[in-house]
Design a protein around this ligand. Structure first.
Ligand SMILES: Cc1cc2nc3c(=O)[nH]c(=O)nc-3n(C[C@H](O)[C@H](O)[C@H](O)COP(=O)(O)O)c2cc1C
Length: 167
């Protein structure tokens, strides 16, 4: 699991996800991420909150040029991302969508897509059809839902990581 160890809510979500999985997931600080580290795993979980009105936080943004050059064929990637649908309804969890698009263009298979039900926002780069391309978490407005959302997502990932990729 790659996420910034210096975040508050993303780190909180990451810990909950790790608890659901029990042992067996390594944590890597996204602030010091290297291509080699990323490539050393087949199944990845990325924590990508949205900042600056629809943009990636700096530590992810700085890694984008490297990511755009990588071959991610055979990788299964799940993305969770914090956002705030009330204060940023036009850019809700855009960061999930920005990273998802890059990963897919490099051959990765996205897993952990989730329903849009239960959220209220205007637009989001993370939407594809009737799903988010990851797990959208809104600690500011839906903190009581987060525990259950993560539990469900972890169960989904355990199944989806196991499946063979079609490409
Ligand atoms: C300056 C600022 C800009 C933000 N921009 C967005 C945004 O465009 N879209 C969104 O969904 N959330 C946005 N947020 C909400 C954050 O994503 C949310 O607070 C999140 O929980 C932060 O997670 P972190 O503390 O782990 O980085 C913004 C928050 C701040 C303070």
């Amino acid at each position: 699991m790659f996420y910034s160890f210096n975040t508050k809510k993303t780190a909180q979500a990451a810990e909950k996800i790790l608890q659901e999985f029990g042992n067996g997931i390594e944590k890597v600080n996204a602030e010091t991420i290297t291509e080699k580290e990323l490539l050393s795993y087949k199944n990845l979980i990325l924590g990508v909150p949205t900042w600056f009105d629809g943009e990636l936080p700096n530590y992810w943004d700085e890694f984008v040029p490297a990511l755009e050059d990588m071959n991610l064929k055979g990788k299964n990637v799940a993305i969770f991302g914090n956002g705030n649908q009330k204060d940023y309804p036009e850019n809700f969890v855009d960061g999930i969508g920005i990273i998802a698009r890059i990963l897919e263009s490099r051959g990765a298979r996205l897993v952990g897509l989730t329903s849009l039900k239960g959220y209220e926002f205007e637009s989001s780069q993370a939407v594809r059809g009737d799903q988010f391309v990851g797990l959208a978490l809104d600690f500011e407005n839906q903190s009581s839902k987060v525990g259950q959302q993560i539990k469900k997502w972890a169960e989904q990932l355990k199944k989806e990581f196991g499946k063979k990729t079609k490409r």
